[in-house]
Design a binder for this molecule. Structure first.
Ligand code: PHE
Length: 451
């Protein structure tokens, strides 16, 4: 097959925006606040920040570097770097499978955001009292029909964007929407600042109170959340890196992306918790937390309906720029491994993921008595296994390839190509050889009680 020149981002900023678009999503606005609530805040948040810095950034560099060096989706890139028969290809398949699983339930949560966009448009939050706003979520969660409909709608949207390919589809949207989301979050933050629960919220989020510490399981949760939020450990950054030009600065990009992602997660928490403490809601409410609390803000604000519409629209788009990166990994693998056209790969994988997502969509209704891992629902179990186990495991694999197994000269050359600070190489190398994989492995061992 004649090798076509691989398509590239339209500009350097294009990559950063697309990668930040992948990172910033429901993980920041939906998941970070609720896992922070469940894990008692404080120490959990500090560990989260530490793991972004010490584990996330080095591994993000490793992923982008492997992608750009290997010029392909995870399996192909690892094959190109490690050789045809290399067992490291399995790492690529693990990542692809993880992307498949994540998208299947991610699209369900994104469907909730679509439903809330619809509710904002029709004024549903204004038709009930403030106390009843949280029950609107329970109504949605227990509706089998709506969950499946929204899942289908969101998967169709994701497929529509991925059909358009790199420049036309993925890059264009990110440019406008990311800054919009950011501005709106700032507005909401100012509003939360004036709530009476603001001080208590800050103490909950940032004060490392040992009494609220929930043990090693919550440390694993913090590390897993870091991987999930930064889109690491399954090859999304790797695949986006494969479309990156050689003159781009990998370390600089990784730092900007991680910084933006962390900022949005912190903003989301600082917006939500003041509402929770001001209105006496439950910080431990779980996956419904954002949907139960945020509308309360909108219901009280002047022009609240307009703000709600814009907010949920932007939330849907933030979810879309993330889901697009998940589907891109799965379909790019099919295109490369089976020589399928983009159209065929996207339709087949999208349709299969939709079907696989149905059990998650039924977690609150038909399948509400089905628990896979402990007391967790189907959807929660998949999230737990993918975020807390599969992504960190994939991350260790990526770190091992970049730090130990790939040709050291090749890794150095790729790191330094386009680098603004090539002298940082030795630091990154030590981090990716020892610090990051050992830290993740330790947390694994502690969490399963082997240490
Ligand atoms: N990082 C995305 C979010 O925070 C989710 C995601 C995970 C995307 C893994 C790609 C890969 O919403």
């Amino acid at each position: 097959m004649a090798q076509q020149r691989r398509s590239h981002w339209g500009s350097k900023l294009g990559f950063i925006l697309a990668a930040a678009g992948s990172a910033v999503g429901l993980g920041n606005i939906w998941k970070f606040p609720y896992v922070t609530g469940q894990n008692g805040g404080g120490i959990f948040v500090l560990v989260y920040l530490a793991s972004v810095l010490l584990v996330g950034i080095p591994i993000m560099v490793a992923e982008i570097l492997i992608g750009r060096r290997g010029q392909g989706s995870p399996v192909t890139a690892l094959e190109n770097i490690m050789g045809q028969g290399s067992p490291w290809k399995l790492l690529g398949w693990l990542g692809t499978a993880t992307g498949f699983v994540i998208l299947s339930y991610y699209a369900v949560v994104a469907g909730w955001a679509l439903d809330y966009l619809f509710k904002s448009l029709t004024g549903a939050f204004w038709a009930v009292g403030i106390d009843e706003i949280p029950t609107l979520f329970d109504g949605l969660y227990t509706s089998a029909t709506w969950n499946v409909i929204w899942l289908a709608v969101f998967m169709a949207l994701t497929m529509g964007v991925v059909f358009g390919g790199i420049k036309g589809g993925i890059e264009r949207w990110n440019r406008i929407l990311m800054p919009g989301l950011f501005v709106l979050l700032l507005v909401l933050l100012v509003n939360s600042f004036f709530m009476k629960g603001f001080g208590e919220a800050m103490r909950f989020i940032f004060y490392p109170d040992p009494a609220r510490f929930k043990g090693w399981a919550s440390i694993l949760e913090a590390v897993g959340q870091g991987f999930f939020s930064l889109s690491l450990g399954m090859g999304a950054m790797l695949t986006y890196g494969s479309y990156l030009e050689k003159d781009s600065d990998i370390l600089g990009s990784a730092i900007s992306i991680s910084f933006l992602d962390t900022l949005v997660a912190m903003l989301a928490a600082c917006i939500l918790f003041p509402v929770i403490f001001s209105f006496g809601f439950e910080p431990q409410a779980g996956p419904g937390l954002v949907f139960k609390t945020l509308p309360v803000i909108f219901a009280q604000l002047p022009a609240g309906q307009l703000l709600a519409v814009v907010f949920f629209l932007l939330l849907v788009f933030a979810a879309l720029t993330s889901s697009v990166s998940l589907l891109e990994v799965v379909s790019a693998s099919l295109m490369e491994r089976l020589s399928w056209s983009r159209r065929k790969a996207v339709s087949m994988s999208g349709a299969t993921i939709f079907l696989f997502g149905i059990p998650s969509a039924l977690s609150g209704s038909v399948l509400s008595d089905l628990h896979l891992v402990g007391e967790r629902s189907v959807f929660d179990s998949l999230d737990y296994l993918a975020s807390n186990w599969s992504l960190p495991l994939g991350g260790i694999g990526i770190a091992l390839v970049a730090g130990w197994f790939m040709d050291a000269k090749a890794s150095r050359e790729e790191y330094e190509t386009g680098a603004k600070q090539p002298r940082t190489y030795p630091f990154w190398r030590q981090a990716v050889r020892f610090l990051s994989p050992v830290a993740v492995a330790l947390v694994f061992l502690k969490a399963i009680g082997l240490l």
